[in-house]
Ligand binder design. Structure first.
Ligand code: PEP
Ligand code: MN
Length: 358
């Protein structure tokens, strides 16, 4: 339930609403808006009698949220949520964020080369898995902590913020020490204990759609994170299973405008996992941006043929560079633009040579 205050409600009137919600045994969530404050009521499972709140001074109206998810819904919050992971790198505003990099961190040389290549081509964040959820226990499982250290090194060298996956509760704490954004993969979208953990960690989260998850399932999973007090969540459409074996997954572009209608959270597209085929990644990345996505996540590898995971869907750096140019053109006709990293205070991180010693 949402208590909408009148435009000129006083701080004392808002405070009174907050206290009454607490007395009723629920948790108040005041949300100051541009013109008026709303106070959300959380902790209820079912309809709450709002008559006591309705009669308080300064209250304009009571809204009962009709969806099964509450805090992620547009009913709860009208304006888009903007999630910032580094200076100049925000999801949910005018900018679209391009996250690129290899599927897995494989070696220092590989991740540094990938980071430099994607940064030079115009990416605004670096991806790379250190903990890999693989279908087979015998496949490469990632470098673990060493992989996180290498990602931190790549960030120091390029200034790119890091997006990397956490597989379990224990790993999430470790990932949070290194990452700018914690990825929850498709296979873990309904790992509710992990969702609660990243909710408590308070770092930005990239929540990928499960391969058999409905849009409602995705939004309910996001609700777990918000319910723990972390509103910094970006959703990701990465394809769902279908009967057609021509592609790895069916990239569900309609999910993008659907989610934007139902929720205030940003949503990006991952055409790499969405299609599983290198030559389909570029058209689907263009399509995701044209459909209104707040960003794209694309796998790029310096030598895809030698990749330890997902080489067949990874772009060559040159292909990625062309794609960024195309995405710039598409964003300009839909009133958006590709995000650019704000200059870093450190010359090394900004990629500019340090002044020569005199
Ligand atoms: C990934 O991004 O590397 C990944 C494993 O994706 P997903 O969880 O969407 O399969
Ligand atoms: Mn991958």
């Amino acid at each position: 339930m949402l208590v909408v205050m009148q435009n000129h409600a006083t701080p004392e009137q808002i405070e009174r609403v907050v206290n009454v919600i607490r007395e009723m045994g629920y948790e108040p969530r005041p949300m100051p808006g541009e013109t008026r404050t709303t106070v959300g009521l959380v902790g209820n499972d079912g309809r709450v009698d709002g008559s006591r709140l309705e009669s308080l001074d300064g209250v304009a109206e009571i809204i009962h949220v009709s969806k099964p998810y509450k805090q992620v819904s547009r009913e709860w919050r009208e304006e888009n949520t903007v999630v910032t992971i580094a200076p100049g790198v925000s999801f949910g505003g005018k900018d679209i964020v391009i996250i690129a990099g290899p599927c897995s961190v494989e070696s220092e040389q590989q991740i540094i080369a990938s980071a430099n290549a994607v940064r030079d081509a115009g990416a605004t964040a670096l991806r790379g898995g250190a903990f890999k959820p693989r279908s087979s226990p015998y496949s490469f499982q990632g470098l673990g902590k060493k992989g996180l250290e290498l990602l931190a090194k790549a960030r120091a060298e390029t200034g790119l913020p890091i997006v990397t996956e956490a597989l379990d509760d224990e790993g999430a704490h470790l990932v949070a020490e290194y990452a700018d954004m914690i990825q929850i993969g498709a296979r873990n979208m309904q790992n509710y204990s992990l969702l609660r953990t990243v909710g408590k960690l308070g770092k930005p989260v990239l929540l990928k759609r499960g391969m058999a998850a409905t849009i409602t399932d995705l939004l309910l999973s996001a609700e777990y994170i918000l319910a723990e007090g972390n509103g910094q969540v970006v959703l990701c459409e990465r394809g769902i299973r279908s009967f057609d074996t021509m592609t790895r997954n069916l990239f569900d572009l309609t999910a993008i405008p659907l989610v934007q209608k139902l929720s205030h959270l940003p949503i990006i597209g991952d055409p790499s996992h969405g299609t599983g085929l290198r030559d389909k990644v570029i058209p689907m990345a263009r399509a995701a941006v044209a459909a209104g996505a707040d960003g794209v996540m694309v796998e790029v590898h310096p030598t895809p043929d030698r990749a330890l995971s997902d080489g067949g869907q990874s772009l060559y750096p040159e292909q990625f560079r062309n794609l960024v140019g195309e995405l710039r053109a598409i964003t300009s006709v839909i009133g958006r633009r590709v995000a650019t990293l704000s200059p870093s205070p450190s010359p090394a991180a900004a990629g500019t040579p340090a002044p020569a010693a005199v």
